[in-house]
Design a protein around this ligand. Structure first.
Ligand SMILES: [Zn+2]
Length: 283
């Protein structure tokens, strides 16, 4: 299936399950600039819905969009690693209040959006990093009378743990517990293909433990340089398990090994996939 976004054709390469979509063929420009992405996404429209996205900076920062039927309130939570401890704080963000018809496009620097605004479609761009999709199972324990919670996160190596930031914000803002949330992982680089240097491996080990990291023998000019494989899928699955959420979709579809996906490690180009989540009650 192909859909048009302005003058760019995007191919829908997978729907993990209803409403969770990853598009391929998006080009962010030679230097990875966000301007083109923004233009493409703004030009694209699904009837009655608008895309919202972030200027992605490999962070642990997540936007939250609350909705009272008239106004949208924007909040942002940010995570910060102190060795193996993830410190999560609510950050000031402004302007904070928008009319429903106004908010769309880029919200600012961050790597995930959680929304309760049915007409908005939160998305992230990825090419090896793992897109994470969330939605609320039902109204569950929430006292909120509005729409269910849903969202999309971008989890690269520096952003691994962003799922915890999202869950903390959801609980803090809306009192919704992790066991009311269902999560899926989209295509990303697998634990065999994701190879990093010793410094990055050490940081990941401090944060997530040693079981997701394996030393590999270097080849050719890298023969004497220590290299390590890191399993980002494994880490995210463990985060999901420990958090108490329902991980209902997490096949390892490796972006580097499958030509149908965009992979920075394989192609070294600026092509990206766009992954987004449609709210169940969207109109
Ligand atoms: Zn792979």
């Amino acid at each position: 299936m192909r859909i048009m976004a302005g003058d760019v054709s995007l191919e829908v390469i997978g729907t993990g399950f209803e409403g969770w979509v990853t598009l391929t063929g998006l080009n962010t420009g030679p230097s990875g600039e966000y301007t083109q992405t923004k233009k493409i996404l703004e030009a694209h429209s699904i009837p009655g819905r608008k895309f919202v996205f972030c200027q992605q900076v490999q962070s642990l920062r997540v936007f939250f969009l609350d909705f009272d039927g008239e106004d949208i309130r924007v909040y942002r939570y940010s995570g910060r690693w102190i060795d193996s401890h993830l410190q999560i704080d609510k950050e000031p963000v402004g302007p904070q209040v928008y009319k429903k018809c106004v908010l769309a496009g880029c919200l600012g620097e961050g790597d995930g959006i959680i929304s309760r605004v049915p007409s908005l479609v939160p998305g992230v761009t990825v090419a090896d990093c793992i897109p994470i999709f969330l939605h609320q199972k039902g109204r569950g324990s929430s006292a909120f009378l509005g729409s269910p919670i849903y969202g999309t996160l971008h989890s690269g190596w520096q952003g691994t743990g962003i799922l915890r930031v999202a869950l903390a914000g959801i609980q803090d803002l809306w009192g919704v517990r992790p066991d009311d949330i269902e999560v899926g992982l989209g295509p990303g680089i697998c634990g065999s293909c994701y190879i990093v240097d010793a410094e990055r491996a050490r940081i990941m080990e401090t944060r997530f433990g040693s079981r997701w990291i394996r030393e590999v023998a270097g080849k050719g000019e890298w023969k004497n340089v220590p290299q390590f494989r890191v399993d980002l899928f494994g880490i995210n699955r463990e985060i999901a398990k420990k958090s108490g959420i329902h991980l209902i979709h997490s096949p390892v579809h490796c972006t580097k090994e499958n030509q149908k996906y965009n992979s920075f490690r394989r192609s070294q180009d600026s092509k990206r996939m766009f992954a987004f989540t449609l709210g169940k009650d969207s109109t």
